[in-house]
Design a protein. Structure first.
Lengths: 693, 605
């Protein structure tokens, strides 16, 4: 039996599938292969073949035999929602609540546009069928389940060609008996049904709209995701994988395929989480406190706040693909801003993005037929990107083409090409700065107390300008830029985040009932972590109490401190309530304490800790870095001549580099403005002290 | 230095790129202010339903930027600030935060509290350069009845306490005397906390605007505001210039005011004159004894909001819109009351009918984009009782639950969702959580078949809302849209009417017409509210018969409704999965219906 000494991260992106092989000594091997959209598992196998070859194995089988785990991030769920190509889905609901999914708590995405269209339906009204049954808010049966109605409805859905059925009954999170019985009947009546999603299993919380929408999406994407994972797992097993396959979730963790099969919805939005997890690790390694991570690629700019070393999670009011997906997700906000963002003049104003030239045709300077100026073109004209050194020289940029496009754009504004390029960059920087501010304001965080972690192909080009505009003192640019997201998957912990509902004035809360719910949560979490191979001593449990002031709808999760192994006491609850008051007082709401909070439920965030790779240590040097070139560059509103250019891949910890300067690596370029000071850290990441902050 | 309205001099002071960056930053600041309230207020309508409206104004009280909220109310937030800038000229200092809610000093109605803070140059010299303002709806205003909606009030003083202008924070120090006075005049324990949340938001906005003035300089920021206002003005007036000149009129009615005075009348004449609009409400109701009054500021907000829905949604919403419109609202009409009239319910009715009237008038020339962006709520329903048997306590249910109604179709888009787009930021309360808070069971709120106005594009359906009480409960309810229903456009039919019945199905059922106050429901009795549908767009006989068949499958439309309203013959039975379109019969029926129409028109002449 060969020794299992590797871990492999596979991150499927829109264009490329990134693979990272992590060796026991902490070193990594990166590979890239085109994504195969029809069946992503084909690209995964292609990439594994490349990894095997690069690592000197005769076959994928040998590599997999020596592999401890494969961690996989898939966009199958997101693609299913983008194409609206999920399973034919039907819905059984409590009588009177057939239209929740259309009513959407009255929400509409655009309040100024009466022509804004309705979302494409997952289940049209004809396949949303009502069942006489009703629980009260206390979980008592008000109206018994009409079993005959369930049978008839199932037959009808079947006649409509439905293969996946969601069941959403009111207050099922308090008493799931009717949903459970309804599933039995459905399975009895329609044994071939692909999937039955029960709302209390997908999202065991009020309110009904969020639960309905989440359960419907789960029913819709579940079958294609399960089919895909089955296919992938089969291929891997056949190729020789003996140990675990783990799937990335939108909560920034990983889970076993069997757990994903029950809650496929938890993979939606998981694409960018790997990078955020890696950014959090990089920030901790660099000794930074709370940070904002920004991922700027070709089309999108993803922003995430990382406090206390962990990405912020958000539940409830998460909107993706025009549906509310309420399960906890890493709170990544994306705007349409990237290297490919298109610049145009409309109504006398310069607009940049959100439309993107994408990778085909891409920016003008790619020479693949693009004619409209992009941000990348502007960065070329401004001397920030090296036409010869882009992507390690794999792509030579057409600087004249970029200049021509900016010249044409500028002529509409009375500007020359260079002034137009500066204007394009000013606008996109402003959009990105505003995006960061919005994310931070939602979390009540002050940018001046945070540092910035920048990654993605374009992240480091614009990062120092961003940081200065936001009043952030430091910028961290991690070295493993291209495979960053895949690497993040390997360092992601198992996360099982569930909640149980208990609605009560906090003083009247029944501690025995709360303890029962907690025991149930812990049992489920332990089972799931154990099934994914996590030993007991690697499990961590964080207890949270969901509280609201009277009338609030969205839950506030407060830490619930309890003695390990002991039942929850009223004192424990009082402690959480006190913390709730304290936080509100901090926000200057001195009247907060005059209100009696309500308990809405208990939440357990269970973590199965993954072994961290040992950090790489680069040797230090006392010699100043030597520039490989000098060029004219625009930064901080002015042109600078003979700006030194350094080879980032060759830099070692040593004397700092002061801007204006450019640090050019194979997959990314770091622009230093006048006064910015960059230091290479022992692990190869670069930390910049930002000037003027 | 004089800065022209036309943008001639600004060109020298500011480049469009800097102007765009500052405009975008101001919108972000509005977002930050609104978000601050969401995070810190404790009242659900503020922290969750999005009824908080952040705006930035310039030193002359002109609207410079706004953010998430309710369009009609965002656009009505300027006049209280303008009053303050004029009234307290020379008496404002850095660090001041002011509060006002008076409908006769720029406001809409008493529950809407404006909190705002002027921003000065870094050295404190000169007058205010910008003002950060946040408007929120509060759950009580003092006065004769709890809840801020005394629809029975005969005058404004019975509705609550008026605050035309108070400095709640003076040069950075909270004024304890003012806080005490306001606390004393309000029933809700959370009132001051919510007000402080607004104060914090205004201070945040003021600080951030100060940073921008410091970074770019006061003159550049002023020029940027002028530029963005001129930009909106220019783009709005360019659209107006493409509209045919002429005067377009309409008449719209509210069934009755809460006191039962029937047919509250809003008349509008919109004149397109080149690139300008004259919007004149002369001819609207002048009966002095009615109780349906929309203040000037409220009328102005609904006017501009409806006009904004007619044009490119990407035009920045700011004073440039107001600059294109000559608004004429004679004092003493129901849309500009003389001081002292009660206004709490008039904010909604005839407030929303202002929007309806403009939509209908403009549909004569702009049918493709016209849809009333309004609702027919009457006033918020209140239900309360002395005992929730589960807690042993009394309860007060402000309602605000999800319902569907009055979503009009526009060309190419059937009415969809629950409310019109401009109310789409109101996140409404859920059944599950309200049932835990109050002793009732919601029996349903499904769409009502055949309730959406027929049209080439169909109005959104209304809904059947059934609330069953679990202990004795009292009800206040005012209802409109029973007679004058939500209008169709361009040949589309009106939506179905609203109705509300208490204790439906018992021998003492009561239909609300138009009000009940303190009506009692016994345990197990139901309030049954049928919300009306939206108006249709275009001739229903032009609707694609396949779309009608789909509507029948989905029970938005019945087989009979398809035949009667759309001239579409659907055969078979949904129960046996045999619905089908009879194309020949449909063609014949439609020809017949068209001929009948012609006969009717000729017969009528």
């Amino acid at each position: 039996v060969s020794e299992a000494r590797f871990r492999i991260g596979v991150d499927v992106g829109g264009t490329f599938t990134d693979l990272v092989l992590l060796r026991d000594d902490g070193s990594v091997l990166l590979e890239k292969t085109p994504t195969t959209p029809q069946d992503q598992s084909q690209g995964v196998m292609d990439g594994l073949a490349r990894l095997a070859e690069a690592e000197g194995f005769a076959s994928v089988g040998e590599l997999l035999a020596a592999t401890r785990s494969v961690v996989h991030g898939t966009t199958t769920g997101d693609n299913t929602m983008i194409q609206m190509s999920g399973a034919p889905t039907g819905l059984l609901v409590t009588e009177g609540f057939r239209d929740e999914i259309e009513l959407r708590r009255c929400f509409k995405e655009d309040i100024w546009d009466p022509s804004y269209p309705a979302p494409e339906p997952i289940a049209r009204r004809r396949v949303r069928l009502e069942i006489p049954e009703r629980m009260t808010a206390e979980g008592d049966v008000d109206t018994a389940l009409d079993e005959e109605a369930v049978r008839k409805a199932t037959a009808r859905l079947r006649a409509f060609g439905i293969t996946s059925i969601a069941i959403v009954f009111l207050h099922s999170y308090v008493n799931p008996a009717h949903e459970l019985r309804a599933r039995e009947i459905v399975l009895d009546e329609y044994p071939d049904v692909e999937l039955v999603s029960l709302s209390h299993e997908v999202y065991p919380k009020p309110p009904e709209f969020e639960r309905t929408s989440t359960t419907l999406v789960n029913a819709y994407v579940g079958p294609p995701i399960v089919r895909y994972l089955d296919r992938l797992e089969q291929r891997l097993r056949e190729a020789g994988l003996e140990r675990e396959l783990l799937i990335a979730t939108s909560a920034g963790g990983v889970a076993a395929p069997a757990a994903i099969g029950r809650r496929a919805v938890a993979t939606i939005g998981s694409g960018p989480t790997g990078g955020v997890v890696a950014a959090a690790r990089a920030a901790s390694a660099a000794g930074l406190g709370d940070v904002v991570s920004v991922d700027m690629g070709g089309t999108s700019y993803d922003v995430c706040l990382i406090r206390g070393g962990r990405p912020e999670l958000k539940s409830d009011w998460n909107w993706r693909h025009r549906y509310c997906i309420a399960v906890p997700m890493v709170d990544i906000q994306a705007i349409g801003a990237g290297g490919g963002s298109l610049a145009r003049v409309g109504s006398g104003t310069l607009h940049v993005g959100p439309e993107s030239a994408g990778s085909e045709p891409g920016p003008v300077c790619y020479g693949r037929g693009g004619t409209q100026a992009t941000v990348t073109d502007a960065d070329v004209v401004l001397g920030r990107l090296d036409p010869a050194g882009f992507w390690g020289g794999r792509l030579t940029l057409d600087a004249d083409g970029a200049r021509g496009a900016l010249g044409r754009l500028g002529s509409e504004l009375g500007l020359d090409a260079e002034a137009a390029a500066a204007a394009v960059v000013t606008i996109i920087d402003a959009h990105m700065t505003d995006a960061v501010r919005r994310v931070l304001s939602l979390a009540g965080a002050d940018p001046r107390r945070l540092d910035l972690v920048a990654f993605g192909g374009m992240g480091a080009v614009h990062a120092t300008t961003q940081a200065a505009a936001l009043g952030m003192r430091r910028v961290l640019v991690p070295r493993a830029a291209p495979g960053f997201s895949a690497l993040g998957l390997l360092t992601a912990d198992h996360v099982v985040d569930n909640a149980r509902t208990l609605l009560s004035d906090w003083r009247q809360v029944d501690p025995d009932r709360l303890s029962e719910l907690a025991d149930d949560l812990e049992r489920v979490a332990r089972e799931e972590l154990a099934s994914a191979g996590v030993p007991d001593d690697r499990m961590q449990f964080e207890w949270l109490l969901n509280l609201v002031y009277p009338g609030q709808t969205f839950d506030n999760a407060l830490p619930l401190t309890r003695a390990p192994g002991a039942p929850i006491t009223l004192d424990d609850v009082a402690g959480a309530v006190e913390e709730f008051h304290r936080r509100n007082e901090e926000a200057r709401l001195i009247e907060a304490r005059s209100q009696e909070p309500m308990v809405r439920g208990i939440r357990l965030s269970a973590t199965g800790l993954v072994d961290r790779p040992a950090p790489v240590e680069l040797g230090t040097t006392s010699d100043p870095a030597v520039p490989i070139a000098r060029r004219r560059m625009y930064a901080s509103g002015a042109w600078h001549d003979a700006v030194p250019v350094f080879d980032g891949d060759a830099l070692r910890p040593g004397p700092p580099i002061e801007g204006p300067a450019v640090i050019q690596s194979r997959f990314t370029t770091l622009v230093l403005r006048p006064g910015d000071v960059a230091s290479v850290l022992a692990n190869g990441d670069t930390l910049v002290e930002v000037a003027g902050v | 230095m004089a800065i022209s309205e036309s943008g001639q001099l600004e060109a020298e002071l500011i480049d469009p790129v800097t102007a765009e960056v500052i405009r975008s930053a101001m919108e972000t600041i509005c977002f930050e202010m609104a978000t601050y309230v969401s995070r810190t207020a404790t009242t659900p309508i503020l922290n969750q339903s999005n009824e908080r409206n952040a705006t930035i104004l310039d030193g002359r009280g002109r609207l410079a930027a706004l953010s998430v909220g309710i369009p009609q109310f965002m656009l009505s937030a300027t006049l209280p600030v303008r009053f303050c800038l004029e009234y307290l000229e020379g008496d404002l200092s850095p660090g001041d935060v002011l509060v006002s809610n008076d409908p006769y000093h720029g406001g809409g109605h008493l529950p809407d509290f404006n909190v705002f803070s002027p921003v000065f140059a870094p050295d404190g010299s000169g007058g205010p350069i910008l003002v950060a303002s946040i408007q929120c709806h509060h759950g009580d205003t003092g006065g004769a009845l709890a809840g801020g909606y005394n629809v029975f009030a005969k005058d404004i003083w019975s509705e609550g306490t008026r605050y035309p202008l108070l400095k709640i924070v003076e040069a950075g120090r909270e004024r304890r005397d003012v806080v005490l006075t306001m606390r004393t005049n309000n029933r809700l324990p959370g009132f001051i906390g919510d007000l402080r949340s607004q104060v914090g938001a205004a201070q945040l906005g003021s600080r951030r605007l100060g940073e921008i003035i410091e970074q770019y300089g006061a003159e550049t920021v002023k020029a940027a505001v002028d530029w963005t206002i001129d930009d909106a003005h220019r783009r709005f007036s360019e659209e107006i210039a493409t509209w045919p000149d002429g005067t377009y009129e309409s008449d719209v009615y509210v069934d009755s005011d809460p006191a039962g005075n029937a047919d509250i009348h809003v008349h509008v004449a919109v004149t397109v004159d080149g690139d300008r609009l004259i919007v004149d409400f002369d001819g609207s109701d002048t009966r002095p004894d009615i109780q349906a009054w929309s203040t000037f500021g409220n009328t102005r907000g609904y006017t501009i909001s409806q006009l904004a829905s007619l044009v490119d949604p990407s035009i920045p919403k700011n004073e440039g819109f107001f600059d294109c419109v000559d608004l004429r609202v004679p004092e003493g009409t129901c849309v500009n009351p003389v001081e002292g009239k009660p206004v709490s319910s008039g904010t909604h009715h005839p407030g929303v009918e202002v929007g309806d009237a403009i939509a209908i008038a403009m549909s004569q020339i702009l049918p493709d984009r016209c849809a009333p962006q309004t609702y027919k709520y009457g006033a918020p329903r209140q239900m309360w009782g002395d005992l929730d048997p589960r807690t042993g306590k009394s309860f007060f249910d402000h309602g605000g639950e999800v319902n569907a109604g009055w979503v009009s179709a526009v060309r190419d888009v059937d009415g969809w969702g629950a409310l019109c787009a401009s109310n789409g930021n109101l996140i409404k309360a859920s059944a599950e959580i309200n049932e835990a808070l109050f002793p009732h069971i919601l029996r349903g709120r499904n769409y009502l078949t055949d309730s959406g106005g027929a049209g080439q594009w169909r109005g959104g359906c209304g809904s059947l809302f059934v609330k069953e009480v679990r202990s004795p409960t009292y009800v206040n309810q005012y209802i409109v849209n029973r007679v004058h229903t939500h209008p169709g456009i361009a040949g589309g039919e009106n939506g179905s009417p609203d109705s509300c019945v208490l204790a439906e199905g018992t021998d003492h059922a009561v239909e609300v017409a138009p009000t009940v106050a303190g009506a009692k429901l016994e345990t197990g009795e139901r309030l049954v509210y049928r919300f009306g549908g939206g108006g249709g767009w275009g001739d229903p006989l032009d609707r694609d018969p396949e779309a009608v068949l789909d509507d029948v499958w989905d029970e938005y439309v019945s087989i009979e409704g398809a035949r009667f309203h759309y001239g579409v013959v659907v055969t078979g039975d949904p129960g046996t999965m045999t619905l089908a379109l009879d194309a020949d019969a449909t063609r014949d029926l439609r020809a017949e219906l068209r001929a009948e129409r012609t006969d009717r028109a000729e017969g009528g002449e």
